[in-house]
Design a protein around this ligand. Structure first.
Ligand code: NAP
Length: 270
């Protein structure tokens, strides 16, 4: 029996099989959860429908999180379909591509607003609307963040600021929803080659560097993130809330970047 048996989970943010949310859906399905999905616009509908079928689900709902009515309609539709909800996965972020080109200093007012709206406010709005469905269920919510919230990552720019706000939002929401018995946590994932990631100028360099210098010397997979999400949304994590859990092969613990053997080779030629 899977550890999410009997739980109903809403997954947002699947664009394709490379999406982090796809890795989470795969792990949830393996562990016995029943799944429902959202898609941002008509263009993605058929792809998300195919993916939902792969996970035994016919429940797909349109939800562009920049639209209040979509968020309300989603909660309404899910209420009619299931009447209850145990898990909500928020795997959504967006900033216009030009915001990743220069530095933070080049951020436009509009780009700032969009990044904060889609990547941060959406978590608040969706949580609020989905809360009634979670009543009495000891619900669990997770969102996805990145190390660029904590430290400067060149070109991550306004998204780093948005992720810092997202992590703070997780803590405030954790306090708000604790009285209903629900939890919310963030997974800070190492770089993964997804559609969203390719908007970031120099992403391939970032990926190469991060992979090389983390203590394990390997890249993060969507399966690594999926398995962590299972744990966080399971009853085993019942006392964990408001947390930012790094799933990055230990990259964030490093002060000097690189493993000793690589530094010796590269710096001292040994
Ligand atoms: P992805 O596959 O491109 O997923 C991003 C999702 O956000 C897409 O499904 C996208 O839909 C959706 N989205 C954008 N604007 C939306 C809107 N207005 N309404 C509803 N959905 C919207 O990329 P991903 O890397 O898996 O990203 C998922 C999350 O992981 C993001 O929060 C990202 O910041 C975070 N993360 C990623 C990495 C990484 O290296 N990839 C590392 C750490 C954290 P469309 O395709 O239609 O725009």
């Amino acid at each position: 029996m899977g550890i999410l048996e009997g739980k109903k989970a809403l997954i947002t943010g699947i664009a394709n099989e490379k999406s982090i949310a796809y890795g989470i859906a795969k792990a949830f399905y393996r562990e016995g959860a029943e799944l429902a999905f959202t898609y941002a616009n008509e263009k993605l509908k058929s792809r998300v429908k195919e993916i939902a079928l792969e996970f035994g689900s016919e429940l797909i709902f349109e939800c562009d999180v920049s639209k209040d009515q979509h968020v309300k309609d989603l909660a309404h539709a899910l209420s009619s379909a299931w009447g209850k909800l145990d898990i909500f996965v928020h795997s959504i972020a967006f900033a216009p591509r030009e915001e990743f080109k220069g530095g933070v200093i080049d951020t436009s007012r509009e780009g700032f607003k969009i990044a904060m709206d889609i990547s941060v406010y959406s978590l608040i709005a969706l949580t609020r609307e989905l809360l009634p469905l979670m009543e009495g269920r000891n619900g669990s919510i997770i969102t996805l963040t990145y190390y660029g919230a904590e430290k400067v990552v060149p070109h991550y720019n306004v998204m780093g600021i948005a992720k810092a706000a997202l992590e703070s939002t997780v803590r405030y929401l954790a306090y708000d929803i604790a009285k209903y018995g629900h939890r919310i946590n963030a997974i800070s994932a190492g770089p993964v080659k997804t559609l969203a990631a390719y908007s970031i100028t120099g992403f391939h360099l970032l990926m190469e560097h991060t992979t090389k210098v983390n203590p394990f010397g390997r890249a993060i997979t969507i399966e690594d993130v999926g398995d962590t999400a299972v744990f966080l949304c399971s009853d085993w994590a019942r006392a964990i809330t408001g947390e930012v859990l790094h799933v990055d092969n230990g990259y964030h613990i490093m002060g000097v970047f690189g493993r000793e053997e690589d530094i010796k080779k590269e710096v001292f030629g040994e």
